[in-house]
Design a protein around this ligand. Structure first.
Ligand code: SF4
Ligand code: SF4
Length: 380
């Protein structure tokens, strides 16, 4: 046994990104910019084989996401297979394409949990951000239907500079819809969000006000005995230390892309690192032996300032994708960290957030045509 190798525990969380197809066009989507290049999707049988292997290794939670997972006709079959294997199953959806009949079918297949994402608390803004005029009413109807079926429901709102000032109305809507948990997650800058960062990053003042509003509602709701949980996630860009991304590289989380690439985090396919395919290797091999999953485990790979830093076991040097996107080298300390020599990039982004006047109509929307322009080298 190689005693220098970091101890590797089995994955606990499997994220099945079933497809990159999606009827919406959110400009903060975390899918890769070149998603339109990727047409292939694993078959039902191939996905079930992945689930079996993950479960054998000890994974307990399985999230179905995308793109929009509802476009997969075999979703009930996949849910049933995952549930029969003993997974706790979670559907992460925009609600577009959901019907009462499908909710019945998912319940019958054993689905445990549904998360519906909203773009905003009102129809006009929701339509401008999602690129669909009908989306808001459909989401409302489906959120009500999900509750009527007795599901625990998470509502997810991605916050940015164009909707964060409506956070009070967002929380009111969540209360009205009887959400059990509300995720108020400020945009994290990966994929399309990074491309549109100038037009999405809120100012520090916007974040501070939103935090106050959330605090006020937490107190008000507790007083009224409403136990809905309000989770407010601030953007890394206003922190002085990075987050311990994914609980550590290849530590608990395993994501599989529509065509079967296995990743230690759903953004990692942009890195200049070779990642294995579930069509060529077993998950056991991928998790424990592959180059990609071992690349940033432990601490030996770290350059300074992380290598000699007393906080490295807490944040693992931050996010490799963020380091790569902002410095061009994924080995570097995450620039969010005040100790990083590249922290100036974050300071410049904060400054830009104070000055920009970028409108929603100027954002690049996540759609096939824009993706094709990007991967063909002609930014839209
Ligand atoms: S973030 Fe928006 S565009 Fe991206 S997958 Fe979700 S609903 Fe579709
Ligand atoms: S120097 Fe590296 S390990 Fe230390 S706090 Fe910053 S990112 Fe974390």
């Amino acid at each position: 046994m190689n005693l220098l190798k970091p101890q590797v525990n089995p994955p606990l969380w499997l994220l099945a990104e079933l497809t990159y197809r999606c009827p919406l066009q959110c400009p903060y989507c975390s899918n890769p910019l070149d998603f339109a290049k990727q047409e292939q999707e694993l078959t039902t049988a191939q996905w079930i084989k992945v689930f079996e292997q993950a479960r054998e290794m000890g994974a307990v939670q399985l999230g179905f996401s995308g793109g929009e997972p509802l476009v997969r006709k075999d979703l009930p079959e996949l849910i049933r297979a995952a549930r029969d294997l003993g997974f706790y199953t979670n559907l992460i959806t925009s609600g577009i394409g959901l019907t009462e009949k499908k909710i019945d079918a998912f319940a019958d297949a054993g689905l445990d949990h549904i998360q519906i994402s909203f773009q905003a608390s009102d129809e006009t803004l929701n339509a401008a951000l999602a690129g669909s005029a009908k989306a808001f009413q459909q989401k409302l109807a489906m959120a009500k239907a999900v509750k009527a079926h007795g599901y625990p429901m998470v509502l997810n709102f991605v916050l940015h500079r164009h909707n964060i000032d409506q956070i009070d109305r967002i929380i009111e809507l969540s209360i009205e819809l009887e959400a059990d948990d509300v995720e108020l997650a400020t945009c994290q800058f990966y994929g399309w969000a990074q491309l549109n960062r100038e037009g999405l990053l809120p100012t520090r003042e916007q974040i501070a006000r939103a935090e106050q509003v959330v605090h006020h509602y937490r107190e008000k709701m507790a007083d009224k005995g409403n136990l809905a949980n309000l989770l407010f996630v601030t953007p890394d860009y206003y922190e002085e230390r990075p987050k311990g991304c994914m609980g550590g590289w290849g530590a608990i989380f395993l994501s599989v892309t529509p065509e079967g690439m296995a990743l230690p985090c759903h953004s990692a396919r942009q890195l200049p690192v070779e990642f294995p395919s579930v069509l060529e290797h077993s998950l056991q091999h991928i998790w424990y032996e592959s180059f990609g999953f071992n690349k940033y485990r432990g601490f030996d790979w770290m350059p300074e300032p992380c290598r000699s830093c007393s906080e490295k076991e807490k944040d693992f040097g931050g996010c490799r994708c963020q380091a790569f996107m902002l410095t061009g080298n994924a080995d570097n300390a995450d620039p969010v960290c005040g100790k990083s020599p590249h922290h100036g990039k974050i300071l410049a982004a904060r400054e830009q957030a104070n000055c920009t006047n970028m409108q929603i109509s100027e954002l690049q929307f996540r759609n096939r045509a824009n993706s094709q322009l990007i991967y063909r080298g002609q930014p839209s």
